[in-house]
Write a protein that binds this ligand. Structure first.
Ligand code: SF4
Length: 589
């Protein structure tokens, strides 16, 4: 297989294609290849929103060939944390990249006016688009589709909303109708480059030499993914089905992580969303699971009776962030907040967790109505939260402008660290299952629930005695294996299908010979490279802390102490240090 990198410099207009097949043979693809490039390029003194700050998008060898290998990876220096920024998104982007024969897209520089990048196979254009500046993420997609004359299914459109233009550190990049490079503030980097959008399409045919073996394997993987019990759950109610079970096990963050049980969970459950608001289930390209759920709302846009219909995708994370964690118990209100967030282009988890902190800060008197322009923040008051979002988007006061700089910034300025729920500088994901989840958020390469699935480890230990060694071993193994799947780049919801034997067969059919040993060796190198990069940018295991408030709330596994957290972090650190040393040796060789 051969792989290419397209580099675009927005300052000079220079465009360059380069063969990077050797990097794919060393580091598999996706997150592996991008981590190697980022380790070379990113520095501690690099301003993430400066022209020289690079954005890397990448896909892997499975994209375009196998079902649910439907994601692309973005790596960059995070404006939110100043450390490694990594985010994954589905939609059609991976397919458009594969069809254009571009496996890594590197963007640097800054355009002199707002532009979008148009890539059609070999044709790369930087097109001025001042009239799109200020448009919402949703409107931008609609307009670009008309301008470019593209058809749904062939191309992919990435864009930022006004939040990215304002360089909000929690701005996301929206992909196609409903996917996101959500976390770590990638939207701000695109905004800083005057890059409103990327439109990409290609017409290449992907080649298979061993057709009969490919068809056989394809069907095998397809059948596992399409018909397994887990896939049916994702397709039916989606991840929103987690709301009730998590609440029932005291694991659903409620009112800024004050408790894990939400008395209003029924009103925001996956079942209720489906019964009342679900109008469509869709899928990323080439995915038989189809976990995306679109809810529909009627919105008034002018008095007295002019309405429009708004469709917004929902799943568990937005429901926790704008529902239980804000004390909002009506699905319709969650959808309304979500639709606003979607148009502005914020990362929903970051904005939700920041709003929850702001509410508690208001209750404790750290901020008052002078800061909020007269609004009284209280949990459950969705109408006021909608006004708050409006004030943030208008930059109505200094406080509102600060809120979209993320929770870490707000805490430094206003205090309230003891009830600020962040890990590694990132607003927390929505799981209060116990110590494994918290440690996983803290030590994970992305500070995400998707790094090592600590919530699953906790669930295995519900009602049982703790065993930090076993728990940490499970977290580590999961994180290491995800170096493989995130390099291929498959969707994590398809992890049941992509076992080691199937991955090895999948690679062999594409002409790539690996053994279990050689693949896991590469996984260790990638793992080590990521932490080398994180340390280079200032990360330290020793500075990781369990947010004080989380020591006082009952989780799925009861109370979690600082000692529970610190002991596990220490065990994890020892394992990672070995991977870092291993990667360092391999990089020298
Ligand atoms: S399972 Fe869902 S998120 Fe994953 S590729 Fe399929 S539709 Fe996309």
């Amino acid at each position: 297989m051969s792989f290419r990198m397209l580099s675009v410099n927005l300052s000079t207009g220079k465009v360059e294609f380069e063969d990077v097949s050797d990097l794919f043979s060393k580091y598999i693809g996706g997150t592996g290849v991008l981590s190697y490039l980022a380790l070379k390029d990113l520095r501690e003194d690099l301003d993430p929103v400066s022209p020289e700050s690079p954005i890397y998008f990448g896909i892997g060898p499975f994209n375009g060939y196998y079902p649910s290998a439907s994601k692309a990876v973005a790596i960059f220096k995070s404006p939110l944390t100043g450390n490694l920024g990594e985010s994954h998104a589905g939609g059609r982007f991976f397919m458009a990249m594969a069809s254009a024969g571009i496996h890594v897209l590197r963007i640097v520089g800054k355009a002199s006016c707002p532009v979008y990048l148009s890539i059609k196979d070999e044709e790369v254009k930087i097109i001025p688009c001042s009239s799109l500046w200020g448009k919402t993420a949703t409107a931008t997609e609609r307009i670009l589709r008309e301008i470019e004359g593209t058809k749904r299914g062939k191309e992919s459109i990435l864009r930022i909303g006004p939040a990215g233009e304002r360089l909000s550190r929690i701005a996301c990049v929206t992909v196609d109708s409903s996917r996101h490079f959500g976390r770590h503030g990638l939207g701000a980097i695109m905004g800083s480059k005057n890059l409103k959008a990327i439109v990409i399409s290609g017409n290449r045919t992907l080649r298979i030499s061993n057709w009969s073996e490919y068809q056989k394997l394809y069907k095998e993987i397809f059948d596992i993914l399409a018909y397994s019990e887990v896939s049916l759950k994702y397709r039916d109610l989606g991840t929103a089905s987690n709301v009730i079970p998590l609440s029932n096990t005291h694991s659903l963050p409620t009112r800024n992580f004050s408790q894990g049980f939400f008395e209003g969970a029924d009103g925001i459950s996956g079942e209720h969303f489906a019964d009342e608001y679900l109008v469509k289930q869709i899928a990323c390209a080439h995915c038989p699971i189809g976990c995306i759920h679109m809810g529909q709302l009627r919105e008034m846009f002018a008095e007295p009776h002019l309405f429009r219909t708004v469709r917004t995708s929902y799943d568990y994370e937005p429901i926790f962030a704008l529902g239980s964690n804000l004390g909002v118990s009506k699905a319709e209100e969650v959808l309304r907040l979500l639709s606003y967030v979607e148009r502005q282009g914020w990362d929903v988890m970051s904005i939700g967790v920041t709003l929850a902190w702001a509410t508690e800060a208001f209750q404790r008197g750290l901020i008052n109505t002078t800061h909020t322009n007269g609004l009284v923040l209280s949990f459950g008051d969705a109408q006021t939260y909608l006004k708050v979002l409006g004030n943030i988007s208008k930059g109505a006061t200094e406080f509102y402008r600060d809120l979209e700089r993320g929770l870490g910034f707000c805490v430094q300025k206003y205090g309230g660290e003891e009830f600020a729920i962040t890990f590694g500088g990132v607003e927390s994901p929505g799981y209060m299952t116990g110590p494994a989840a918290f440690v996983g958020f803290a030590v994970g390469v992305r500070h995400s629930h998707l790094d090592c699935a600590g919530y699953s480890v906790d669930q295995e230990f519900f009602g049982k005695a703790s065993d930090p060694y076993v728990e940490v071993e499970k977290l580590y193994k999961e994180s290491l294996w995800r170096m493989v799947t995130n390099s291929l780049v498959t969707c994590l919801f398809a992890r049941g299908g992509y076992t080691m034997p199937l991955v090895l067969r999948g690679l062999r059919v594409l002409g790539v010979e690996e053994t279990e040993e050689s693949l896991m060796r590469k996984a260790r190198i990638i793992h080590g490279m990521k932490y080398l990069l994180k340390e280079k940018l200032g990360f330290s295991f020793d500075s990781l802390k369990l947010p004080e408030k989380l020591t006082r709330v009952y989780t799925g596994r009861g109370l979690v102490s600082h000692k529970d957290f610190d002991d596990r972090v220490k065990l994890y650190k020892d394992k990672i240090k070995e991977d870092m040393a291993f990667a360092q040796e391999e990089l020298k060789a």
